[in-house]
Design a protein around this ligand. Structure first.
Ligand code: UD1
Length: 419
């Protein structure tokens, strides 16, 4: 298992190319199953969550070709195997995303229940309720979800009890092949949902309202060959913004968009970090002190749960005390004990962490436990005195393309050690 060795103390300076959004890539890769025509995706990030889902697509019989760096064409026109190989399913976290497309296109689907995830139970009830509202029969049997719609799906009104990103995607994808109109209420408003709508529209679907709480779809439109370029990864951008802030540096984030990060930029500005748009993206710089700012995670346009750990690392060296409250995933504080090993002063109570800023962190060996927790430890390591060794960095590879190399180019002292 690879590990990263970080020696802290350098202010980062330079530019970072922001990759395409992993969370936009995953649903659109799954959406390729809906169509008999090829779908080309551009700006696809080279991260393992994506490559694992591409392997799953191949095991369904989808033709997958890498046309160029970051460009993938998926052709689900030919026969599709009814079931994927278990060893691929086991590794893929996004298996639930293929349920809607498979069911909508073939009238039946059997996918394995997603495994437990380190950041919480990750229930899928809202995905299943959405499919049931569209006329599917769904049973859960022996670790598998079995969904059937022998006469096809029928457009309907789907009211989500909470604005789940994944369930909104499942409902949208399935509704593109349902007969008639579908209305999704209390839909997720995340930019990745708007990007899914843009990709599905390029494929021939008729969708209105994506990015708002009410999405309307006219089903059963003919699909066509399509090309779609994915939006930039706002979590990667927010992570490098935190890297500039924590190290007292200056980074230009090429491709990053302010409108995707408004809540996070507000926190940064209140903390004393300057952010402004440039021709190519966003500039983030800190020259003065960092001040503590309270954070509460919320659905978009609120502060993103996927940036909570990184911003907690930042708050751990800010002046004053900050409350960090997590409202999206119940078990998303696994970085807390690891940050404490580096000297952070944190008190965890339920879904809230009180962060009392300390004047310095000290390097130590730490364990990465999930994707965002891992990167928060790297950020802390960038300012800690001495050496921080982050083990189990395969978590990082799930969602960050070339993290170590990008940081080194901006002046960080970080090496990846194999084995
Ligand atoms: C997606 C993102 C993830 C991000 C999250 C919230 C992808 C691949 N992942 O995850 O990075 O952290 O959005 O922005 O895009 N819930 C239910 N029942 C369901 C589905 C969800 O109760 O059927 C709950 C979850 O337990 C969680 C909340 O709803 O508490 C939000 O989950 P959801 O928005 O669905 O997140 P994901 O789509 O899994």
């Amino acid at each position: 298992m690879d590990r990263l060795i970080v020696r802290g103390g350098r202010a980062l300076e330079g530019t970072v190319d922001i990759a395409g959004a992993k969370n936009a890539a995953l649903p659109l890769i799954a959406a390729s199953l809906l169509s008999e025509q090829p779908l080309t995706l551009a700006n696809v990030p080279a991260v393992t969550d994506v490559t694992t889902l591409l392997s799953l697509m191949e095991s369904y019989g989808v033709g997958v070709s890498r046309d160029a760096a970051h460009q993938v064409t998926l052709d689900a026109g030919s026969a599709i195997n009814a079931e994927a190989h278990y060893d691929v399913v086991r590794r893929a976290r996004a298996t639930i995303l293929v349920l809607g497309p498979l069911l909508a296109r073939f009238g039946a689907a059997r996918v394995s229940l997603p495994g437990g995830c380190a950041i919480g139970a990750r229930p899928i009830d809202l995905h299943l309720k959405a499919l049931i509202a569209l006329g599917a029969e769904v049973t859960v049997d022996g670790g598998y979800i079995v969904a059937r719609a022998p006469n096809g799906l029928k457009g309907s009104r789907i009211v989500l009890s909470s604005p789940s990103v994944g369930a909104t995607a499942t409902a949208m994808m399935a509704a593109t092949r349902a007969r008639g109109e579908t209305e999704i209420l209390n839909a997720a408003r995340e930019p990745e949902i708007a990007d899914l709508a843009a990709g599905l529209s390029a494929m021939g679907a008729r969708i209105e309202g994506a990015g708002t709480h009410r999405i309307m779809l006219s089903g059963d439109q003919p699909f066509r060959r399509a090309t779609h370029e994915l939006i930039p990864d706002r979590i990667e951008a927010g992570t490098y913004a935190a890297a500039a802030a924590i190290t007292g540096g200056r980074l230009e984030l090429i491709g990053a968009r302010l409108e995707h990060l408004s809540a996070e930029c507000q926190v940064l500005e209140t903390a004393g970090v300057r952010i402004f748009p440039t021709d190519r993206g966003l500039m983030v710089e800190r020259t003065g002190k960092l001040s503590a700012v309270d954070i509460t995670t919320e659905p978009f346009p609120g502060f993103h749960t996927d940036l909570q750990a990184q911003f907690m690392a930042m708050m751990s060296i800010a002046e004053g005390a900050a409350l960090v409250r997590e409202t999206i995933f119940e078990n998303r504080f696994m970085h807390v004990p690891e940050l404490m090993r580096l000297g952070a002063d944190l008190t965890l109570q339920g879904t809230t962490v009180l962060v009392r800023g300390v004047s310095r962190l000290r390097g130590a060996p730490v364990m990465a436990t999930d994707l965002r927790a891992s990167v928060c430890l790297i950020l802390a390591g960038l300012v800690a005195e001495g050496e921080t060794v982050v083990n189990r960095v395969y978590h990082l590879d799930r969602g960050y393309e070339d993290l170590a190399r990008k940081l080194v180019r901006c002046g960080a002292d970080i090496v990846r050690v194999q084995g």
